[in-house]
Design a protein around this ligand. Sequence first.
Ligand SMILES: [Zn+2]
Length: 424
Amino acid sequence: MTVLDYFKIITAIPRCSFKTQKMRDKIVDIAKSLGYKVQVDSSGNILCKKGNPKVCLQAHYDMVCIGDVENIELIEEGRILKTKNSTLGADNGMGMAMMFSSMEKFDDLECLFTNDEEVGLIGASNLELEITADKLLNLDGEEEKEIYVGCAGGIDVISRLELEYKALDNSEKIYQISAKNFVGGHSGVDIDKGIVSAIKALSAELVEHDVKLLHIEGGEFRNSIAKNAVAVVASKKEIKLKNRALHVEVVEYKKEYIKDGDKIIKAFHSFAQGVRGYDKKFDIPSTSINLGVVRIDGDVLEISCAARAMKSEDLHNISNETESFFQLIGCSTKQSDGHEPWVPDIGSFAMLIKGEFEKVYNDASFRAIHAGLECGILIQSQSKKIEAVAIGPTIRFPHSLREECDLDSVERIGKVVENIIEGL
Ligand SMILES: [Zn+2]
């Protein structure tokens, strides 16, 4: 069967993250029917093995579900595959389909299907299976000419401050100042695009006025650049905003202000949001920090930041520095376990793949990404050193109703994958 035949079989089975049992059963069935030995771990990762594998192919089998994913209607427009009514799931269904097609053709091969990647790399982070091969080819890339050899590590830094409130006198008016519908973006791949954080824009405005802080909140997720932020303040003078992108209105509010509100405003204002170092070789940020979410829950202010770096030392430095920064205003702080970076290391496997790419493309290149990649995380669960590389066909607008896949790129990458397996 062709890669596209397998993709159609996969598409007939809903496989939304956290609801992957049916797909899991189907993968096990197909693998067994092709003569593969199958192991499944407690997170639903599936390892299929036959003969003496030199390489392990890998893809995640859950997908982001938007629209009517129970009845996906595929459309082929020329050589572009899309759907009428839902996400396509070429991310990462095309990778899975290439794996099935290779399992059919080769006798010495290993294939790892990971679970719940789209909801925080859950399968890869909890992998309990040992891969036999010492080379891993991940098929979750989205641009056919790119060969990924590294990714950033990430740690979340959470700071909490117990708030003390004091009564306002009646000489002040209360204002709400808001930064709404800013651009937003991913805290990794978009962090170097000059996108203004709503929390930063709001705090830059607040330091320009003589105000008392009553309330502040902003941001949506730790790993996204804040789109919205709002503060409630008391002021004796009428507030005229300097930044025209913000809005102010007089509101009714509880007549209590936060005792150290000025320190909080200054902390957000002086926080160096965004890129802290640049990797010239791969033309991506090497270290970054994102002030993602600010919330007040009861009497506690919680500040959540996402740190990323391409080197372990830099990752721990920026996480520790962020802790110290917020400790200065009296916060207690903690770091999440996070994941270590997959440091770019171009070995013999990457060179073999580059050679295969150069037979097809004249502008293939090694890349690293300032975000977490699944294979970068899962190789760290293995007891032996594994050389990993990530590639894939061209997929546009993944995780949306517009998702589409270039079928010519599927053919080219499918052939490249076969050549790589044969070349080992
Ligand atoms: Zn994916």
